[in-house]
Design a protein around this ligand. Structure first.
Ligand SMILES: [Fe+2]
Length: 280
């Protein structure tokens, strides 16, 4: 019988072994019903989880927005939502492990919240935290805030979708600086397909080629405009980067989930690239 469970992160070796055989780990998904701009109901959440499972996902970190101006999600609300979803998914026989995380807006308030233990850290052994910037201009002191967050939490910040912010679409040097200072980057699968626009697509590919991407995730919200497109995007990576690129991406996601160190994907060859700038 297949089950869905919330649990503490198993041993890293278990994840390593599971990488090829079982599929994908998705470290960024808005799956919890009624908390943010993800599914409105349990029914919608189950449909989204079913879609993720159908695309080969076997572990999801549920990452509701936290310390965002619009959504005031508490750790308790998120924890109880993940329990409800886990139970409902198990009844459906969905074979996906759910973990509780958060997509934390980088603000002075969220740094204090980390200090106070108000943000869940049930994945990656607490060694990573997924952070986001506002879609407007990033705070002038965002690098300092990230540093403070790192000090407060002891966790390495993983910047959600750097390819999508207007500021980082305009200026890739911001992303290079982030990585130079020890931050990690999560690119969203669908950005590679151009579903977030031409600018994010260019920036996503630019990041992959320069070794500025550490992991990819769905950032799924629904089955419509922000649906997961993992398999289509994986096919894209396989076509342009070969099987080694696919392997590295999948392995990095499992490694982060297990709390292991990861490297940027610098060594990925892109054998099918025939000329500079083919993606434009
Ligand atoms: Fe997100």
């Amino acid at each position: 019988m297949t089950t869905t469970t919330t649990r503490m992160v198993p041993a890293a070796t278990e994840h390593r072994e599971r990488t090829r055989e079982e599929g994908l780990a998705d470290l960024h998904a808005h799956l919890l019903p009624g908390l943010d701009d993800g599914p409105a109901s349990l029914k919608e959440a189950l449909a989204l989880l079913e879609e993720l499972a159908g695309q080969g996902v076997r572990a999801v970190v549920c990452t509701p927005h936290m310390y965002d101006r619009r959504y005031r999600v508490t750790q308790e609300q998120a924890r109880s939502a993940v329990s409800r979803l886990t139970e409902a998914a198990a009844k459906r026989g969905l074979r996906v492990d759910l973990y509780l995380g958060a997509e934390v807006r980088l603000t002075p308030e969220s740094v204090d919240a980390w200090d106070a233990g108000m943000i869940p850290r049930d994945w990656g052994g607490g060694r990573y935290v997924l952070v986001e910037l506002s879609m407007g201009a990033p705070p002038r002191d965002w690098l300092e805030l990230a540093h403070e967050l790192r000090v407060a939490s002891g966790a390495t910040p993983v910047l959600a979708h750097p390819e999508r912010y207007p500021a980082t679409v305009r200026d890739g040097a911001l992303i290079e600086t982030w990585v130079d200072r020890g931050g990690l980057c999560q690119v969203t699968w669908s950005s590679l397909l151009g579903l977030a626009g031409r600018g994010p697509k260019r920036r996503a590919i630019w990041m992959l080629e320069r070794g500025l991407c550490h992991v990819m995730a769905s950032d799924a919200h629904d089955l419509g405009r922000r649906a997961p497109h993992i398999q289509r995007s994986l096919a894209w990576v396989r076509r342009h980067g070969g099987e080694s690129a696919v392997e590295a991406l999948l392995a990095n996601a499992w490694a982060l989930l297990a709390g292991n160190p990861v490297e940027a994907l610098r060594s990925i060859p892109w054998p099918s690239r025939r000329r500079t700038g083919w993606w434009f």
